[in-house]
Ligand binder design. Structure first.
Ligand SMILES: *[C@@H]1O[C@H](CO)[C@@H](O)[C@H](O)[C@H]1NC(C)=O
Ligand SMILES: *[C@@H]1O[C@H](CO)[C@@H](O)[C@H](O)[C@H]1NC(C)=O
Ligand SMILES: *[C@@H]1O[C@H](CO)[C@@H](O)[C@H](O)[C@H]1NC(C)=O
Ligand SMILES: *[C@@H]1O[C@H](CO)[C@@H](O)[C@H](O)[C@H]1NC(C)=O
Ligand SMILES: *[C@@H]1O[C@H](CO)[C@@H](O)[C@H](O)[C@H]1NC(C)=O
Ligand SMILES: *[C@@H]1O[C@H](CO)[C@@H](O)[C@H](O)[C@H]1NC(C)=O
Ligand SMILES: *[C@@H]1O[C@H](CO)[C@@H](O)[C@H](O)[C@H]1NC(C)=O
Ligand SMILES: *[C@@H]1O[C@H](CO)[C@@H](O)[C@H](O)[C@H]1NC(C)=O
Ligand SMILES: *[C@@H]1O[C@H](CO)[C@@H](O)[C@H](O)[C@H]1NC(C)=O
Ligand SMILES: *[C@@H]1O[C@H](CO)[C@@H](O)[C@H](O)[C@H]1NC(C)=O
Ligand SMILES: *[C@@H]1O[C@H](CO)[C@@H](O)[C@H](O)[C@H]1NC(C)=O
Length: 729
């Protein structure tokens, strides 16, 4: 353990925050902000109840966050923190003592358990911190949690059956250390503690289990006990409830109106703590996968506020309380200087490039909306994220399915057949239903299904009128791809089609492409300036040569790169590489740098950002290296971030700092670096001439539904969470 402490000293990331103005909290102790309780420490990332998990709480939040310990007793009556009765789940006890029949704390003495190491007990979370920390006695945890300790006694009955008295142990412990809260789902235990716990010093909290479970003491379900709060007040000063007691969700994962539980409990003088919060749990679609939005529903809804959160990721509620609550999004000023650019509109919430996706993006605070231009058979340019109608419409279920063909020159098709935008006329396309994109389908994370078929696709000329309607926009971005293919195979000049529409445009326009030849044509034919042209590097890069920078500068004013070109990382592990030099090189040459794609779904962030999209955004906007723009399918998250109240006081996350905590034997080797961007990647021949007599269309091929093609690979990162979590009211 000593060695661990030293490691932490090297990680100097201190989070200095001001507590949010306290005036208007609707907590029981009106005026006092809600508290954060870290379940087993920072257990969302590090093994539950380990010294690294407990230590990480203070490092990422502040010393006033309460540490939660699931107290267990050993055969020789020592108190230890461990999340489960069965020690096989969460430690290597089975490897150390393979000949035991059962592996519970009562089967071992403290001395026997002291050599056992902890491991992650949720499969979808990283295992690289396993086998490093030992089981901790409660006294050690109390030393880390200098200002607050919460003991949870889940099974006092079980210890009684083994001739151990949890009550006597806790009473004796509380004479030696400050215990702020004691919780239990067992009424008999709380009643037995009542006369020993001074309410000013230690609060007794009744923990509710799932609503249909029966409390053995009263023979009532927990749901009916939730309606009998005056009874609970007799032996407890607060309640700890799964969050669904407060904001119920429907079986299809939509939020229902909140219950009156918090108000009712406050009326009885009971504090209310809400549990089951983690950034990597599947939540109601209403939250758009943004954990901060979920927390704010419980504390900042104008009606009530819970008195605290029990969370596996304490950083997120800590910042929700201190930085993001009571924020007037209309009046609050932008604190940082970053341009928010939508990705196909607010495509995290609505189908790509529909009127509703754009409207939502504007309402959410985007600066620039984007249109990927496709061209119909009758040569009308319109906005759609994919040249293949199968990707974003229901075309496969219509009579147009016979129009499928292959276009192997279009590399995104992966040589499969598609039903392409240039095979249908605009009026035919307008009869199709939009289909929401689901980039994280393989991880079982779906985007708002009730919005699936809503909205309509816009022609480019309709899109160009949007800035008249939405005055908050500072510009619009038009993306042009597949120009060479359309010219040679379809007889379409997409550049001319766009330039023709732009004659009537009134707002600031940016043109974006992955192809230099396209941008050169806008520069030459359209007399557009470099400032208006945006070049996309469509692969992950590790560096960029000076001559490539010089080439880009000759035809563009801005560059779009991937997040991984800024900080290389592997999805499943903690990042171990340093930032690349790409952003500093591009920016010092005078190019603006936009980075894509920022999403809310927790699978899109490296673990270094604690599965919190806001932490990731903060790193790119304020950290090293700063970027000029964020391209996002959930603009609301960045817009709220940029107006937060502790913008300059938030501690910075520095990637790679988790590495010293990892088990060196499990840590995978560094990845092979991405390639450098060199001149030959940028250089391109000019666009080919438009062929007025395109070659005969390739024979129709049999289309397969995209839904059938997607292979649902088993990804543990979300599977387990999905099964473990559904508690539906
Ligand atoms: C292990 O414990 C965790 C909670 O600490 C629980 O979520 C998980 O379901 C348990 N796994 C098994 C296999 O019992
Ligand atoms: C917690 O962090 C504070 C600084 O934020 C530091 O002064 C204190 O020593 C830390 N406490 C422990 C127990 O590490
Ligand atoms: C508990 O103590 C009683 C009486 O001393 C004894 O009969 C019983 O076997 C003990 N139970 C266990 C689980 O040790
Ligand atoms: C509340 O629960 C207690 C204990 O089970 C029971 O005696 C009492 O009748 C209940 N009150 C109501 C209103 O349900
Ligand atoms: C508990 O309640 C159920 C019905 O509410 C009843 O059938 C059962 O006998 C009760 N059990 C005890 C031990 O009182
Ligand atoms: C959640 O979203 C659904 C669908 O949009 C809506 O009907 C419902 O009212 C929302 N729930 C809350 C509490 O806002
Ligand atoms: C909270 O909302 C409920 C209805 O949902 C209402 O009856 C109650 O008065 C509200 N309380 C406050 C404090 O606004
Ligand atoms: C924001 O950045 C742009 C260029 O990136 C600069 O022109 C502008 O002055 C900056 N604004 C502020 C308030 O710093
Ligand atoms: C496909 O179906 C449409 C409408 O049913 C029909 O008009 C068209 O001729 C068909 N095209 C081919 C290539 O079979
Ligand atoms: C269609 O969607 C799939 C999966 O998202 C993607 O791999 C493919 O590149 C898309 N095709 C086109 C033509 O955009
Ligand atoms: C990252 O950079 C720092 C200093 O710039 C250096 O000390 C460290 O070795 C680098 N780490 C890796 C993994 O390259």
């Amino acid at each position: 353990m000593a060695s661990f402490r030293m490691v932490f000293l090297i990680l100097i990331i201190f989070f200095i925050l001001q507590t949010a103005s306290s005036s208007s909290w609707k907590t029981l102790n009106a005026g006092k902000p809600p508290v954060v309780i870290a379940r087993g420490g920072f257990s969302g990332l590090l093994p539950d109840s380990s010294d690294s998990a407990y230590g990480m709480v203070n490092l990422t939040t502040a010393p006033d966050v309460t540490l939660w310990c699931d107290l267990q007793l050993t055969k020789d009556n020592a108190g230890i923190c461990f999340p489960n009765l069965n020690f096989d789940n969460g430690s290597n006890v089975k490897n150390v003592y393979p000949n035991h029949k059962e592996w519970r704390s009562v089967d071992f003495t403290w001395k026997e358990l002291s050599t056992v190491t902890l491991k992650q007990d949720v499969f979808s979370r990283p295992n690289i911190f396993d086998g490093v920390s030992n089981i901790l006695p409660i006294e050690e945890v109390a030393k880390i949690g200098t200002s607050g300790l919460w003991l949870n006694i889940q099974h006092s009955d079980f210890y009684t059956q083994h001739n151990l008295s949890m009550r006597n142990y806790v009473v004796s412990l509380s004479s030696r250390m400050k215990i702020n809260f004691i919780s239990s789902p067992e009424i008999s235990f709380l009643k037995s503690m009542k006369k020993d716990a001074k309410p000013t010093k230690t609060k007794l909290i009744f923990r509710f289990l799932n609503q249909d479970q029966i409390d053995p003491f009263t023979n009532q379900s927990y749901a009916s006990l939730a309606k009998n709060l005056s009874y609970i007040k007799k032996f407890a000063s607060g309640i700890l409830v799964p969050k669904f007691y407060i904001w119920p969700i429907s079986s299809d994962l939509y939020l229902q109106p909140h219950t009156s539980l918090v108000t009712d409990a406050h009326r009885q003088g009971l504090q209310v703590f809400a549990s089951d919060f983690a950034n990597d749990f599947v939540v109601a679609y209403n939250y758009s996968y943004d954990p901060t939005t979920e927390y704010l529903h419980f504390i900042d809804n104008g009606n009530f506020s819970v008195d605290g959160f029990l969370s596996d990721f304490p950083l997120t509620p800590y910042r929700a309380i201190n930085c993001f609550s009571q924020l007037d999004k209309k009046k609050a000023k932008k604190q940082g200087n970053v341009t928010i650019i939508s990705k196909n509109g607010a495509s995290g919430d609505f189908t790509d490039c529909t009127d509703l996706a754009y409207e939502k993006a504007v309402r959410d605070g985007v600066d620039i909306i984007d249109c990927t231009v496709q061209v119909s058979k009758d040569k009308i340019p319109f906005c759609m994220s994919s040249i293949d109608l199968m990707n974003v419409t229901n075309v496969f279920d219509t009579s147009f399915r016979n129009l499928s063909s292959t276009a192997s020159e279009i590399k995104e098709t992966n040589h499969r057949s598609g039903i392409f935008t240039f095979s249908l006329t605009m009026s035919q396309i307008q009869t199709l239903k939009p289909v929401i994109s689901n980039p994280h389908r393989e991880q079982n994370l779906f985007r708002n299904p009730r919005n699936n078929n809503l909205g309509k696709f816009l022609t480019l000329s309709e899109f160009l009128l949007l800035p008249n309607r939405y005055s908050s926009l500072s510009g619009i971005l038009i993306k042009v791809e597949h120009a060479a293919y359309l010219a040679t195979h379809q007889g379409i000049s997409i550049v001319d089609a766009v330039l023709d529409e732009l004659k009537r445009a009134t707002s600031k326009i940016l043109i974006q492409s992955t192809e230099k030849s396209v941008l050169m044509e806008f520069k030459e034919k359209g007399k557009m300036s470099n400032e208006e042209l945006v070049y996309v590097v469509d692969e992950d890069i590790n560096d960029v040569t000076d001559s490539a920078v010089k080439d880009i500068k000759s035809f563009a004013g801005s560059v779009v790169i991937s997040k991984k070109s800024v900080v290389p990382y592997h999805e499943e592990i903690v990042r171990i590489q340093n930032e690349t030099n790409v952003v500093p090189k591009l920016r010092s040459s005078g190019l603006r740098v936009y980075v894509e794609t920022f999403s809310n779904e927790f699978v899109t962030q490296p673990f270094d950002f604690f599965s919190d999209p806001t932490v990731e955004i903060d790193y790119f906007v304020r950290g090293y290296p700063e970027v000029d723009g964020i391209i996002t399918d959930f603009p609301a998250t960045t817009a709220r971030y940029i107006k937060n109240q502790c913008y300059r006081q938030m501690g910075m996350i520095r990637t790679g700092e988790l590495v010293p905590l990892a088990n060196k034997e499990i840590l995978p080797p560094a990845e092979v670096p991405y390639p450098s961007l060199v001149d030959s990647n940028v250089a391109e021949p000019p666009l080919p001439e438009v062929r007025s007599q395109p070659p005969p269309a390739s024979a129709p091929t049999k289309a397969k539904s995209k839904a059938q093609e997607v292979q649902v690979s088993f990804n543990v990162r979300t599977m387990l969470v999905l099964v473990s979590f559904f508690v539906i009211v």
